[in-house]
Write a protein of this length. Structure first.
Length: 138
């Protein structure tokens, strides 16, 4: 971690620090798990904005969201970007009971967050997008 606003999510608020090693355990936690992948706060200006908004979202949804933070920006963060197929940092990846539900990337207006999260809370699981691989035949 390299910014006080991201650090406090783990140190003060008790969010789980998620890495490749504990990812499966974190996402298997019953309920809606939100994986915050901030990117490098030195180059991703929205990273700290989402770090401020995330606790407000957790509070607004009355404990329905279990938040985790990916702190290894250049290692695990890049791997999760590939795993979940999002193209922009920061991203909030929503996983319910181990199943991928969806992703919200970049900073959003409050009402957009509320609307999208309400939709995600009732959405059916779907296949993780992953990074597309171009298939070429000979």
């Amino acid at each position: 971690m390299s910014h006080v606003l991201i650090d406090r999510l783990v140190s003060e608020l008790g969010y789980t620090e998620v890495s490749m090693e504990n990812h499966d355990e974190f996402v298997a936690t019953p309920g809606m798990n939100v994986l915050f992948v901030p990117g490098d706060p030195k180059t991703v200006k929205d990273a700290t904005d989402v770090a401020v908004v995330l606790p407000e979202l957790v509070q607004a949804f009355n404990g329905m969201l279990n938040a985790g933070v990916v702190t290894d920006t250049f290692g695990d963060g890049v791997k999760f970007k590939r795993t979940y197929g999002f193209t922009h940092f920061p991203s909030l990846v929503f996983i319910r009971d181990g199943d991928y539900i969806g992703t919200i990337s970049r900073i959003r207006d409050w009402q957009e967050y509320v609307t999208q999260i309400n939709e995600l809370l009732v959405a059916a699981p779907r296949r993780r997008p992953g990074i597309p691989i171009e298939v070429v035949s000979a």
